[in-house]
Design a protein around this ligand. Structure first.
Ligand code: MN
Length: 724
């Protein structure tokens, strides 16, 4: 193989075999060859061959002790996005597992976000986890980001800044959450360098000034620690480190400290063989130096959320310097290097359960209800644990919003703003129009279209998944119904008085209405009027209280004749609810002969629908408002409108033939819309005035005989056809 600036595939294989001794090299070689071919001729901005990048990413993955599948995917991770390679080719050569990892990475790379708002960044981090069905996608993404950060120097300054900001907001915290401390530290330091170059150089300079002294202290404390361990025959590796630059900066910034007030610049790590030795070593350290109260944390007994385990304690040295000790076993240390990946790496069964730490580790996972069988299963569990069942979607401005699973564009609209929800007209998901009950999926980009003329409809309540949206819709409907009822109630009282030639102004004075309402037992006149408007209280019961006896007598007389008239006029009988205003529904236009029922509509009196009207399903959500209704046997002959939709072939004279045959049936066309659906034909949407169902049947039959007419149907759905 040709050398790639210091990195060879053999190095990667060797690293892999150091923790997976039996690992096969064939697949890695195949991936290497495939990726090299695919990226052939491509160069990075640094001028080096592109292939260096996936090689470095694979190398980082071996430090994370990732499995062979992940490393293979690491070598291939940019092939789908940047080359002609296809998922099919990957599938054939590397199988579904590798392919789905590479596809997952391609999907993630299409998203870019930078946000300063904390909760927003948190949502993005959650979304990345949620979008990646396999946790290894996120881990490879972190390796990819790490190498990209290491080579950021070759990008233009504005790119350096935006990528660094994104790293600081999204990827460094993500690495921390996944227990990959070393990746977090390195990402932060590099991002710090590009975001705040002046501060970076200042702290770097301050560290350099004291480097000699710090080195000396570090060496001395390390040596003393080694001696302590040696004397007590405790096996342990001792290493020293300095606090990372960004950590120092953050501490200075957050606690408003000068550099010289940062005491814990030096850290010592003791890595022991056994758990017992950790506590033994801790005892030795505390015995030799003075522990600082409040600076002791036992993450072995109480691991962090990301399962990090270690003992931390800050002590005061004899020279008065603060030093933080981290004490952990080898296994805990490995886990802190590998992060969450450590949980599933040994799925082949090579896990050595003899080690008691490992047992505790696994036990703890099981205690949390987690399984360690597969990365997929692990991911699902960790998601359930860390994040409730949520979906994360984007606004067109790339803000992320979180919703419960099952949320729809309606929920999204209300999450943007109440007014956006209340004027919801439609939604585009990933640029395509979708129905309002579409379930949103992770990563969807959702755009809401609004119109001042649109208002919430009752069926949205069922569509919305968030309680916020549901409550807002309900309150809107309640309020608008209330306003409608009030207006209608007022009209009903007025009309009744006018019909009896009684002056409404005289009796509808607020004081009179209030006292009548009180006498009947209502809280106030408004409630009373509203109840009249919603047809749940009789206008006559009010008038009986409101009017002097002789005037009430007139009203009662007129009422009797009027009711008879209404019944004759509409031909509808609805049982005992005599004071109802009766109207025919505009959606289904019932005609005598149709099976019908009535719906008490706030603001509209009693609305008569055809029993097969599509609206019934919606109205049935409040069954108490549905009232049985039927046609009188003797109906006064009067014309009623119905809608008919005709599909026809584009033939000369067809329109004339259609209208002639309707006229021949003694019916009138009161509205017509003609819409060409293709050059061959079109749709004729007609409103025809007819007598009853028999009459309608006759017309439909006649129309079907017209030459060129393909189909004729009656429509009862207001949303269909062209006349809305
Ligand atoms: Mn990459």
């Amino acid at each position: 193989m040709q050398a790639l600036k210091g990195i060879h595939l053999e190095d990667i294989i060797e690293n892999l075999r150091s923790y997976q001794p039996g690992a096969e090299a064939d697949q890695l070689w195949a991936a290497y060859t495939f990726a090299s071919k695919a990226h052939k001729g491509q160069v990075r901005l640094s001028g080096e061959p592109y292939m260096n990048h996936p090689m470095q990413v694979a190398m980082i993955l071996t430090r994370m002790k990732m499995d062979q599948t992940a490393i293979t995917a690491g070598l291939l991770h940019d092939t789908l996005e940047d080359t002609d390679a296809t998922p099919e080719a990957l599938m054939e050569l590397f199988g579904p597992e590798v392919t789905s990892l590479v596809e997952g990475l391609t999907k993630l790379s299409k998203i870019s976000f930078s946000s300063k708002e904390e909760s927003q960044a948190e949502n993005v981090r959650k979304m990345i986890l949620a979008m990646s069905r396999d946790i290894r996608v996120v881990l490879i993404k972190l390796a990819d980001r790490l190498h990209n950060m290491r080579t950021l120097d070759f990008l233009p300054p504005n790119k350096q800044k935006s990528i660094s900001q994104e790293t600081m907001d999204i990827y460094a915290p993500l690495a921390a959450r996944l227990g990959l401390h070393w990746i977090k530290v390195e990402l932060e330091n590099i991002a710090f360098h590009y975001l705040l170059p002046f501060e970076y150089k200042r702290i770097q300079g301050l560290m350099a000034e004291r480097q000699e002294e710090l080195d000396r202290v570090l060496l001395s404390i390390s040596n003393q620690t080694r001696e302590l361990l040696l004397k007590e025959r405790i096996a342990g590796e001792v290493s020293g480190r300095f606090k990372h630059l960004y950590g120092i900066y953050r501490k200075m910034n957050e606690q408003k400290l000068d550099f010289d007030q940062i005491y814990d610049l030096i850290g010592i790590r003791i890595i022991t063989n056994t758990l017992m030795d950790c506590y033994m070593a801790l005892g030795l350290v505390h015995n030799h130096w003075k522990p600082i109260p409040g600076k002791f944390k036992d993450y072995i007994a109480l691991p962090k959320e990301n399962f990090y385990r270690s003992i931390h304690s800050t002590v005061l040295t004899h020279a008065g310097r603060r030093v933080e000790f981290q004490i952990r076993t080898q296994q805990m240390h490995r886990h802190s290097e590998e992060g969450i990946a450590a949980h599933f790496r040994y799925k082949e069964g090579s896990v050595s359960t003899k080690e008691d730490e490992n047992f505790i580790w696994v036990k703890r996972l099981l205690d949390l209800g987690l399984h360690v069988n597969s990365p997929q299963e692990f991911m699902d569990n960790i998601k359930m644990d860390l994040f409730p069942d949520e979906v994360y979607v984007f606004t067109p401005k790339q803000e992320v919003k979180a919703f419960p699973n099952g949320a729809t564009p309606i929920d999204f609209a209300y999450a943007v703003h109440t007014q956006v929800g209340n004027h919801y007209l439609g939604a585009l998901v990933n640029g395509k129009p979708v129905p309002p009950d579409t379930k949103l999926r992770n990563g969807d980009v959702v755009e809401i279209l609004t119109s001042e003329d649109q208002h919430p409809s009752r069926d949205w309540i069922k569509i919305a998944a968030t309680s916020h949206a549901r409550a807002t819709i309900k309150s809107y409907i309640r309020n608008s119904q209330k306003a409608d009822s009030l207006r209608l109630g007022r009209e009903m009282v007025e009309q009744e008085l006018l019909r009896n030639k009684i002056d409404p102004v005289k009796y509808m004075a607020k004081s009179l209405l209030e006292s009548a309402a009180g006498a009947i037992g209502f809280k106030n006149a408004e409630t009373l009027i509203e109840r009249i408007g919603s047809s749940t209280f009789s206008v006559y019961s009010l008038l009986q209280k409101l009017l002097p006896p002789d005037e009430w007598k007139t009203v009662e007389e007129t009422r009797k004749t009027y009711l008879k008239d209404v019944q004759q006029e509409t031909g509808v009988r609805v049982g005992d609810l005599h004071d109802m205003m009766i109207r025919f529904a505009g959606c289904c236009n019932p005609v005598p002969g149709d099976p019908i029922l009535g719906y008490v509509s706030a603001g509209h009196g009693l609305v008569i629908h055809n029993k097969s009207c599509p609206m019934i399903k919606v109205l049935e959500s409040d069954p108490e408002k549905i009232i049985e209704a039927r046609w009188e046997t003797q109906v006064k002959k009067q014309m009623r409108p119905v809608r008919i939709l005709i599909y026809c072939i584009n033939k000369p004279g067809i329109l004339a033939n259609v209208s002639t045959s309707i006229a021949a049936c003694e019916a009138n066309i009161s509205a017509a819309t003609i819409t060409p659906t293709s050059y061959m034909g079109g749709e004729i949407d007609l409103t025809v005035e007819i007598l009853d169902l028999n009459h309608l049947q006759k017309i439909i039959e006649a129309l079907r005989k017209v030459d060129g007419v393909k189909s004729v149907e009656r429509i009862m759905d207001a949303s269909r056809g062209t006349t809305k």
